[in-house]
Design a binder for this molecule. Sequence first.
Ligand code: FAD
Length: 399
Amino acid sequence: MMKTAIIGGGAAGFFLAVNLKEMVPEMEVSIFERGSRVLTKVEVSGGGRCNCTNSFAAVGDLSAVYPRGHRLLKRLFNVFDHESAFRWFESHGVPLVTQSDECVFPAAQDSHAVIDCFLRLARQYGIHIRTQEKVESLAALSGFDFVAVTTGGSSRAGHFEWLSSAGHQVEPPVPSLFTFSIDDRALRALMGVVADGACVMFPGTKLRATGPLLITHWGMSGPAILKLSSHGARLLAENQYRLPLAVNWVGCDDAAIQQRLSEMTVTNAQRQAGTVNPFGLPQRLWSYLGERSLGERLQLRWGALGKKDVNRLTNTLGNDTYLIGGRAAFKDEFVTCGGVALKSVNPSTLESRHVSHLYFAGEVLDIDGVTGGFNFQAAWTTAYVVAQSIAREARHTLT
Ligand SMILES: Cc1cc2nc3c(=O)[nH]c(=O)nc-3n(C[C@H](O)[C@H](O)[C@H](O)COP(=O)(O)OP(=O)(O)OC[C@H]3O[C@@H](n4cnc5c(N)ncnc54)[C@H](O)[C@@H]3O)c2cc1C
């Protein structure tokens, strides 16, 4: 009987194990998990609801949601994409729902729906689950015909050392998906305020992200900031998380901002500038930004504001700058930017280019996405591809 060892009892490890047993029922499959419990990240994911994939309806270009790994995923989605994942879960007893923001969750709104499904199938298929068994050497698995590494991410370089010793290139791991600490008391006083259509960027780079921006008691959060932390994960790490951040609070270009403000000086000439807000920003935010650029002149009527005032306001609304002073957590969610370099694996099979019959799936690879179910989708896709590769190879060996 052929044997497969899967190192890591997380999302990718279980999905791989279950699919491999469905493809090659006679394969003996063992999952080695260093912890005392399996699937712990699935359990806490999505605030305990598990945002297990995304409809991708709002995704034009995969590089927008997968800062690392989008080219490889584009290829692998031909084998197993979000629709395949949706069908897979529903046909294995986990009904799903797609929210209006395109995130997909179990209809039960509980990550245990996914965990119970995996554990039930593992039991049914006779998959061996060996907890408290940390594996960091291939020699320990010499009795196995195939080995799959699904050990997930970590921003500790040591996590990948045994894989680099085996010849694999490892992109230095750094955290992704975090919020920004900004030491600005006046800004922090606005905690809870949201600018719906903000655009944030790092000056002098092409890195930018759009979406709602939430002001918090430590700085800034919200979808726009999380996306920028993902796209800029490496740049931020290289700069010790201290970088200038440019904020366009209204998401339109300078010319459009200036035109709207100039119109205000005519259409609202008799009304006080601080009380009539031209871009639908929350009033507290408008007052803060107005004072930041005009000081006491914000008390004047729109009609009393001159060209200089309009230019100053345009600059603050369209190109406000802050200094990021550090990174902070986002609901404990983070993923790793970096990991086993994609050039170290065969892009069709995810087999190591250095050790035959060794495969990689999940976050251990240098693939990561923004929030919204994209990281689990990458885990399902890569795990499925590895299951298929091992199944193909096993059949080939048997014939
Ligand atoms: C709080 C939180 C919430 C999240 N929410 C979401 C979400 O809603 N949607 C989404 O798409 N993504 C989410 N993510 C990201 C997602 O959880 C990961 O991308 C995903 O779990 C990766 O799956 P994986 O199997 O590759 O790694 P993991 O799930 O991390 O599993 C790896 C497993 O390997 C084990 N292991 C590691 N090294 C060894 C070793 N040497 N020997 C044996 N075992 C080992 C680990 O203990 C772990 O159990 C969240 C992440 C966090 C931290």
